[in-house]
Write a protein that binds this ligand. Structure first.
Ligand SMILES: [Zn+2]
Ligand SMILES: [Zn+2]
Length: 481
């Protein structure tokens, strides 16, 4: 019921606010303002995908613009590599321009405009917009709309570069054919308000030619007379590398590496991905904390985009660098560490639960010790038959304690046994001595390997009772703190 009310009233309120406020030209209604609460489910159910592409339908389904850019550019670059000599000045300039245009995407398109992870001054915004255009990856608005959908619907059919459709689909396939389904809704109305974004959109074709091809060629041409090298290396070959560097964020970063913060989805952290993407390779962190201006949180990890933004902030060109609270970041890491520890814990054998062991009287123990090698230590009865010949201290010390309580001797009286010895001994438990064990009161009862334990919340009896108490024992409504 509440969802019906909210979806009906929200647009009315919004319409009223729009009427009251002076009408601005670039005020757009957020694209996701009126979507149903069950949007993802609703779209998947009601909007059918286009039929799969076959060899017969392929020609009609290709996206010829992307296909041309992504095939002709490398073809020209390869021709140039075999026919134009690479001068060292041009090589250095190509690498520098690779970083400049790469940063236009990572620091501009990605961290500034897609995620708003910091505020940039106007000169920096224009510089990033121009550098990003030199990477020839579409306008800021188009790029950010797809990227926001990628974050919002990661690993679902509404993610435009859904990693579950395979490495090559997320790398480049999604651009080469007409999408089988429209990407899920993602709002970019904030970007329409940006003068820089509108400026780039207006001059996009000219900026592509200028920043993608003319500028890198002119620098090499006027700089050291290498017009051909400037075009084939600094413009064209460099563009191929920038393209695939960015594409690796969608493919490699969802495929290679670890998930130190959360393994619910495909994003992964890996140094190699960071090296090929200007520092966007700590993608598991990034999908968990997308508004953080950092991808790498450790000082030694490779994240030149973070360093660039940080330097800009020191120069007064960038402000409001956002970082997620360290406490919350560490919680994610802890959860994953505990998960791995739990897996190790589940792969090991531990002492039997005292509740599963028979309770034996002292007399019963003494009687059975006449026919089995039984020893009491820490209130538990152990069958030490297998230990008699293996005991590092010699068999005589075992034999003399059969049928006796050797607690004092074991815990320092004769020898202060190691934790390993205590753990091993606990595996020989066959019974509990009646009245001999005080649960949880004495470390002698709990093997060292079981004193810290990874338990799920519903396995902790105390936490279960606490939460039910919190829900049921409230007499009157309180105030939120
Ligand atoms: Zn991603
Ligand atoms: Zn992102």
């Amino acid at each position: 019921m509440s969802s019906v009310v909210s979806t009906r009233t929200a647009p009315q309120v919004y319409a009223k606010l729009s009427l009251d406020a002076p009408k601005r030209r670039y005020d757009e209604e957020p694209a996701d303002l009126n979507i149903p609460d069950n949007y993802v489910q609703w779209v998947l159910k009601n909007q059918k995908e286009l039929p799969p592409i076959t060899w017969q339908t392929l020609w009609g389904e290709l996206n010829y613009l992307s296909l041309s850019i992504l095939t002709i550019t490398p073809a020209i670059a390869i021709w140039g590599i075999f026919n134009v000599k690479l001068r060292w000045e041009t090589a250095i300039w190509s690498i520098i321009y690779y970083f400049i245009t790469g940063l236009g995407i990572t620091a501009g398109y990605h961290r500034l405009w897609s995620h708003r992870s910091y505020n940039a001054s106007k000169p920096l915004e224009y510089a990033l917009a121009m550098a990003g255009t030199g990477a020839v990856q579409g306008s800021i608005k188009w790029w950010c709309r797809g990227h926001r959908a990628h974050h919002r619907y990661t690993d679902t059919p509404l993610d435009p570069y859904d990693a579950n459709k395979g490495f090559w689909w997320s790398h480049v396939g999604w651009m080469l054919v007409k999408p089988r389904r429209k990407p899920g809704v993602a709002d970019v109305s904030d970007l329409s308000k940006s003068a820089v974004v509108r400026w780039q959109h207006r001059w996009y074709v000219w900026l592509i030619l200028g920043m993608g091809f003319v500028f890198p060629t002119v620098v090499a041409g006027f700089g050291w007379g290498d017009w051909a090298g400037g075009f084939f290396y600094a413009a064209t070959a460099r563009l191929v590398f920038v393209h695939h560097s960015t594409f690796c964020v969608n493919s490699l970063a969802h495929w290679l590496g670890e998930a130190p913060f959360d393994d619910k989805h495909t994003p992964r952290d890996h140094m190699i991905t960071a090296f090929v993407t200007n520092g966007e390779g700590y993608h598991n962190f990034h999908h968990q904390f997308p508004v953080d201006y950092r991808n790498a949180i450790k000082w030694y990890q490779y994240d030149p985009t973070k360093w660039f933004i940080w330097v800009c902030s020191k120069l007064g060109l960038a402000t409001h660098l956002k970082t997620f609270p360290d406490n919350e970041v560490k919680k994610g890491q802890l959860a994953m560490q505990l998960k791995r520890l739990r897996e190790t814990q589940e792969s090991l054998k531990f002492a039997l639960d005292p509740n599963d062991l028979p309770v034996i009287s002292w007399e019963g123990f003494r009687e059975q010790a006449k026919i089995r090698a039984l020893v009491v230590i820490g209130g538990f009865i152990h069958d030490v038959s297998s230990l008699i010949d293996e005991h590092p201290g010699g068999r005589h010390l075992i034999l003399k304690n059969i049928g006796k309580d050797a607690t004092t001797a074991f815990f320092g009286g004769v020898y202060d046994h190691s934790n390993a010895a205590h753990n091993w001994l606990s595996m020989m438990r066959v019974g509990v001595l009646s009245g001999g064990v005080q649960h949880g009161l004495d470390d002698k009862n709990i093997p060292p390997s079981q004193r810290l334990w990874v338990a799920r919340y519903n396995e902790l009896s105390s936490s279960g009772s606490t939460s039910s108490t919190a829900c049921s024992d409230v007499d009157e409504e309180g105030l939120l703190g």
